[in-house]
Write a protein that binds this ligand. Structure first.
Ligand code: BTN
Length: 259
C-alpha cells in the first residue's frame, strides 16, 4: 500500500493556506468530527484532517460511509463568507473531478447534488457541514471520501453501485498525489470564486443529471420528473409530467433512463 503522512502532503505544496496544516490519523472515527473540533479551536483556515481509515465515516442523510485503509478520507476547515456557502459543494465536486482526471486520466461525471461517478458508478462522495451565528458562518467543513486503492470485490454490499480508481485502472495510485492535486485545485477555485458564476457554470456543465428523467428522494417525499436545471444556490429544478415544477434543495437522485 502507498504511504500517506502529513509531511508527504504538505512538503512543497503549492498552496497559500489549504493543506499548509495537516492533521493525520492512522485511524479515526470521522474526519468530520476532528475537523469540526479543529474549527472550534480556531485552527488555521485550510487545515486538513486526513484519516488512513475511518471507523465511523459519515455520509449524507445520516448514512454510514465506508472508508477502509486505501481510500482517501479528508476534511478541510474553511471560514467562508455566507455568500460563498452554496458554492462549496460546486467547487469541491469540480476540484475532485479535475484531480481524478489529471492524476488517474479517467473521465468523471457529476451527479446532483454531490456524487462523483466513473462510468455511472460512485467513486467519491462529499459532505459539507457548517455552523452559522446569525448571518455569519463560524466555520464550514468540506469532507471528501474517494475510493482509491480499494478493491470493490472486497465490499460486495456496494460493489454494484460504487467503484474505485484501482478497479478502473487495474493498478494502485499514490493517494498523496491525488490529495496534493485536490488541495491545489480546491484552493485555486476557492480563491477565484468571485460571484460564483464560473464555478456554477462548470459544475452545471459537468452534471449528467440534467435533461434526464429522475426519481428524487427528498426527506419523506419521492418525486419523479425531468431534472431540468440547477439554480445558482445549488438546488434542482424538477419538471413533473403535469408541467409543474419543484425546487429541490436536498435529496438523492436515481437516473430513470438515458433519455
Ligand atoms: C456521501 O456521499 O454520502 C458523502 C460521503 C462523505 C464521506 C467523507 S470521507 C471524509 C469525511 N469524513 C466523513 O466521516 N465523511 C466525509
Amino acid at each position: 500500500m502507498d504511504v500517506l503522512s502529513a509531511e508527504l502532503v504538505t512538503a512543497g505544496l503549492g498552496t497559500r493556506f489549504i493543506g499548509q496544516k495537516v492533521i493525520y490519523f492512522p485511524r479515526h472515527g470521522s474526519t468530520m468530527e476532528a475537523a469540526r473540533e479543529a474549527a472550534r479551536q480556531a485552527s488555521a483556515e485550510g487545515t486538513v484532517v486526513i484519516a488512513e481509515a475511518q471507523t465511523a465515516g459519515k455520509g449524507r442523510a445520516k448514512r454510514a460511509w465506508l472508508s477502509p485503509r486505501g481510500s482517501v478520507a479528508l476534511s478541510i476547515v474553511l471560514y467562508p463568507d455566507i455568500s460563498q456557502l452554496p458554492y462549496l459543494i460546486m467547487l469541491a465536486s469540480v476540484a475532485v473531478a479535475r484531480s481524478i482526471e489529471a492524476v488517474a486520466g479517467l473521465e468523471t461525471q457529476l451527479k446532483w447534488p454531490n456524487d462523483i461517478l466513473i462510468k455511472g458508478k460512485k467513486v467519491c462522495g462529499i459532505l459539507i457541514e457548517n455552523e452559522l451565528k446569525g448571518d455569519r458562518v463560524t466555520w464550514a467543513v468540506i469532507g471528501i471520501g474517494i475510493n482509491v486503492n480499494i478493491r470493490m470485490k472486497d465490499f460486495p454490499e456496494i460493489a454494484d453501485t460504487a467503484t474505485s480508481l484501482y478497479d478502473e485502472l487495474g493498478k494502485e495510485l499514490s493517494r498523496v498525489g491525488i490529495i496534493r492535486r485536490l488541495l491545489v485545485e480546491l484552493e485555486r477555485l476557492y480563491l477565484s470564486l468571485g460571484d460564483g458564476g464560473d464555478i456554477y457554470q462548470e459544475w452545471r456543465d459537468r452534471l449528467i443529471t440534467l435533461g434526464k428523467r429522475v426519481r428524487v428522494i427528498s426527506g419523506e417525499d419521492v418525486l419523479q420528473g425531468v431534472a431540468e436545471d440547477v439554480n445558482r444556490d445549488g438546488s434542482l429544478l424538477l419538471r413533473h409530467s403535469n408541467g409543474q415544477r419543484s425546487h429541490i434543495v436536498a435529496g438523492d437522485v436515481t437516473l430513470r433512463d438515458a433519455g
